[in-house]
Design a protein around this ligand. Structure first.
Ligand code: ADP
Ligand code: ASP
Ligand code: MG
Length: 422
């Protein structure tokens, strides 16, 4: 029988009534002839509440102890969901991430899945039992409980679907959430955003990395690498969601399929430093060794001195500052300054590979509404501008309308085709 992995996000298991509804959906899939593996997030705002509680006791909580606490959130929901499933006559048992065989590296707070030992899940499925797995967590090789970073339950679900090779037998992964699919922009921020019936892994990965919180970026990576179709659906109105897959017919017609805003960025700038051979390697190795994910990097040269700046999430800013300060002390040169309150607005689309004029259209639109651009980065399928966070919402709405994203796919195609190739 094909296996479906069904993942229920925090809103979808926020109270007893919703847990019963989720159980009903799982039972329906089983009645329709599928084996089901369930992955659940913590109930509603539980993870935020646990973090606040930890911060009341310790302003900068130790990441190992925080993982120990946060992992309990998902355990409550899977226990409840397994109870609800038994009430509707479905054989089901809850499992922690570790019990489900999810092995990670030892980086607390942002661990990466290294492998999934599927034996227990496979045995449960073969005896007709539904595993209900706690999302967002795993165990390291030395038995430590780890978490995968905020929003990580999506990654648990897609990684399990990949490890069980569900796609080989016609299975897939369903992400049940509080929105009925992937939109051209976050529908909470842009009123005219439009739902996309399909999107490619490549585009979804860029959007997720650039701030579209509807999917955890690493989940999309697993989906792409192992060919797992991912269906994003509303937990109460699941009819027409968004399918994320390799094929996205006709979408190359569109230069841009969506836009995203990443807030809470800070910038570390280093000036008055000689561009000695190996400088960049030394600096960024020190940051990587502390697991700091650097966003954009900028470098300019003025005579013999150079300026290097990079952006990071606000959450990593104080660690990044300490590491850079230490490196500059060791080098005995350079001055550091910090900016906070930055954001990044981006447009994404595989069609950019063949359509010209995307960058000029974006920059003109931002200029016309008075949004200053501090830095620009591009790849084959995205253009990003660093801006002041205070202009974030305006910038997102502006680029959304500049590319006609609120007009629906057909209208957008027409607009792109008619537009001059600048
Ligand atoms: P869950 O708890 O189910 O994992 P999340 O809050 O992580 O839910 O993700 C759903 C939210 O993602 C939506 O409520 C929406 O505000 C946000 N979001 C951001 N960008 C997009 C987008 N492009 N399309 C749809 N939703 C988006
Ligand atoms: N509960 C975790 C969070 O709030 C993981 C998840 O919801 O995916 O980030
Ligand atoms: Mg999520």
């Amino acid at each position: 029988m094909p296996v479906i992995v069904q993942k229920f996000g925090g809103t979808s298991v926020a109270d007893a009534a919703r847990i019963r509804r989720a159980a009903q959906r799982i039972a329906d899939a089983r009645r329709a002839g599928f084996d089901v593996v369930v992955v659940a997030s913590a109930m509603g705002p539980t993870t935020d509440e646990l973090i606040s509680l930890a911060e009341e006791v310790s302003p900068v909580p130790d990441r190992r102890e925080l993982d120990m606490m946060l992992a309990t959130g998902e355990q409550v929901s899977v226990g409840l969901l397994a109870l609800a499933l038994r009430e509707v006559g479905c054989a089901a048992s809850s499992l922690t991430g570790g019990q489900a065989g999810i092995r990670t590296d030892g980086v607390h707070g942002r661990a990466r899945i290294t492998r999934i030992e599927c034996g227990r899940l496979e045995r449960m499925i073969s005896r007709g039992e539904t595993p209900v797995v706690a999302g967002f967590q795993g165990t390291s090789d030395d038995g430590e409980i780890t978490t995968l970073g905020r929003g990580g339950s999506d990654t648990t679900a897609v990684a399990i679907a990949a490890a069980l090779r569900v796609a080989d037998a016609g299975g897939y992964c369903e992400i049940y959430t509080d929105v009925d699919g992937v939109y051209t922009a976050d529908p909470r921020l842009v009123r005219g955003a439009v739902k996309l019936p399909r999107i490619s892994y490549e585009e979804m990965l860029e959007l997720a990395t650039l701030g579209a919180g509807v999917m955890h970026a690493r989940a999309v990576l697993f989906g792409e690498k192992y060919g797992v179709p991912i269906h994003v659906r509303h937990s109460q109105r699941p009819d027409h969601g968004t399918m994320i897959s390799r094929e996205n017919p006709g979408m190359e017609e569109l230069a841009v399929v969506g836009c995203a805003l990443k807030e809470d960025l800070g910038r570390v700038s280093i000036r008055q430093i000689k561009n000695a051979l190996g400088l960049q390697g030394r600096l960024f190795t020190a940051l990587a060794s502390s697991n700091i994910v650097v966003d954009d990097i900028m470098q300019t040269e003025h005579g013999s001195s150079t300026m290097i700046a990079f952006t990071v999430d606000h959450a990593d800013l104080s660690d990044a500052k300490q590491i850079v300060a230490k490196t500059l002390l060791d080098l005995n040169e350079g001055e550091m300054s910090i900016d906070v309150g930055l954001a990044k607005v981006s447009v994404v689309g595989v069609g950019m590979k063949i359509h010209a004029g995307v960058a000029s259209r974006m920059f003109r639109a931002l200029g016309e509404v008075g949004v200053a651009i501090h830095n620009i980065t591009t790849s084959e399928i995205k253009i990003s501008c660093i801006i002041d966070a205070a202009s974030g919402q305006r910038a997102l709405e502006t680029v959304h309308s500049a590319f006609g994203l609120g007009l629906g796919i057909n209208a957008t195609v027409a607009m792109q085709t008619d537009s001059p190739r600048l």
